[in-house]
Design a protein around this ligand. Structure first.
Ligand code: FES
Length: 151
């Protein structure tokens, strides 16, 4: 094998091994915990024209326990009554005081910030300071048993 043949062969091998990594790095992602039911990925356009993506199924919602995950690296928590789709809300559980991630406390049924103690209800409303603004919310659409949002 001469130098030219070797370089061609090595270049093809490098492309073959790096292409999947490059494609994975460029793709957007929705991750959830726990894993939602299998979801189709239809292109849904709400009236404002922005693309919305499926992030959960109605069956993923449990009473009193927000369904949490990430979309494009941003955390979300979905709450509401699956039999009343209009009640479903999605918030970003990043505290509006100084930006700490605010986990759900199942006992108090609130998002409680571990940094300075602010708390929020499942719709993001401030229950206790020092935060003085509600959690950011995501637009939500429910269709065919699936919950869609945009980040
Ligand atoms: S960062 Fe949440 S209360 Fe300060």
């Amino acid at each position: 094998m001469n130098r030219r043949e070797f370089m061609t062969w090595a270049g093809a091998g490098l492309l073959a091994t790096s292409l999947p990594v490059a494609l994975a790095a460029c793709s957007s992602s929705v991750t959830t915990n726990p894993t939602p039911s299998a979801l189709p990925v239809p292109g849904v356009l709400p009236e404002d024209g922005a693309a919305m993506r499926p992030i959960a199924s109605l069956t993923d919602l449990k009473p009193g326990i927000p369904f949490e995950g990430k979309i494009d690296g941003k955390p979300f928590a979905i709450s509401g009554n699956p039999s009343k789709p209009e009640s479903i809300v999605a918030v970003n559980p990043t505290c509006t005081h100084k930006g700490c991630i605010t986990p759900w406390n199942a006992e108090t049924k609130q998002f409680v910030c571990p940094c300075h103690g602010a708390s929020f209800d499942d719709s993001g409303k401030v229950l206790k300071g020092p935060a003085d603004k509600p959690l950011a919310s995501y637009a939500v659409t429910v269709k065919d048993g699936k919950i869609f949002t945009k980040a």
